[in-house]
Design a protein around this ligand. Sequence first.
Ligand SMILES: [Zn+2]
Length: 239
Amino acid sequence: MPAPLKTQAIVLRSIRYGEADRILHLYTPHHGRVAAIAKGARRARSRFGARLEPFFHVRLVLHEGRSDLHTVTSADTVTPHPSLREQAATLDAAARACDAVARLFETSEPHPEVFRLLANQLALLSSDPEQASAANGLAFRLKLLLAAGIVPQLGSCAACGEIEPLSGFSASAGGVVCGSCESAAFPIGEDCYRFLVGALGSPLAEAPGASEVALRQAERAIGETAEHHAHVRLRPLLA
Ligand SMILES: [Zn+2]
């Protein structure tokens, strides 16, 4: 029998299964995304209590089963983040953050920085509900693209290397492009460009604001990058 796996994890999704079980999608620092079953987790007197709900940061003992599905044998809470569930905006932002991680990092490849980024994002939303904004959500996604190795090139035209004027974005070229290389691009304004650069260069809590037009352009740039380079479609952030 393989040794049990002791790991921290953040619960990305928790799905009711059978009579009383839960199937969990977990994100771990050193084993990437892990799927596990928590047997009896929905019984009133389950030893897991309410610890296996989305957004919980937990410490788990997992046993490897015959399939990809691990079995949870023990769970301790590191941080429950109860305040995330108190407001629709933070609940939604936290759910989108977990969903983006699940889509962009769906294998067991370790990305400890993604684990820390997600833990930071949940802690930030939990401590300061005002952070549940489109700008914060986009800054988080940009940092995920960086961790995935597909961050857009912003310093010069991704197609020809020209420094300016950078007036378009092309996911297939790999970032911002100049006026001469705009054929496969969509236009972005200076405000959007400043947002992309600022959001990548600052901590999540200090992500810059931007106009709605600029944020929509940024969302399109991020979405098309994820689609083109990771074949992942992210859930829309701006309605
Ligand atoms: Zn160019």
